[in-house]
Design a protein around this ligand. Structure first.
Ligand SMILES: [Zn+2]
Length: 133
């Protein structure tokens, strides 16, 4: 199956559930990046929407985008498809609640760590255009 490459435009227009507070998925609220073990990932109810990882880029940047003083794990950190860690995320929709979830795997020396964050369309930015002023 071909995985489609998503960008900020697509992310911003993905249908979102009207309320984000009703979800009971095993991954939890994850408004900010959350570390989850593989057995908490409800694979059976997740529909793959695509990836943010550009196959033409060998090593995506580790640079993060925080123009307003947010940090990696801020709940209101902007979502920039070209910045870390969004640039290595796969995007899924949870069947039962309709939420869009982004996830990637953090590789440490002796561990792999799965991280999940819920997508909120209002946080999606495209700094390529913002930076050019
Ligand atoms: Zn759910």
């Amino acid at each position: 199956m071909k995985v489609s490459l998503l960008d900020d435009e697509v992310l911003r227009h993905l249908p979102q559930p009207s309320s984000t507070n009703t979800c009971t998925c095993a991954v939890g609220a994850c408004t900010a990046w959350e570390s989850i073990t593989e057995d908490r990932w409800p694979a059976a109810q997740m529909q793959a929407l695509g990836t943010l990882r550009d196959p033409d880029i060998y090593e995506p940047t580790f640079e993060e985008h925080h123009p307003s003083g947010t940090r990696y794990d801020s709940a209101d950190a902007p979502v920039s498809a070209k910045h870390f860690p969004y640039n290595r995320c796969d995007v899924f929709r949870c069947g039962p609640c309709g939420r869009v979830l982004m996830c990637y795997t953090e590789f440490g020396g002796y561990y792999v760590d799965h991280r999940v964050r819920e997508l909120r369309a209002s946080l999606v930015v495209n700094p390529a255009s913002a930076d050019s002023e």
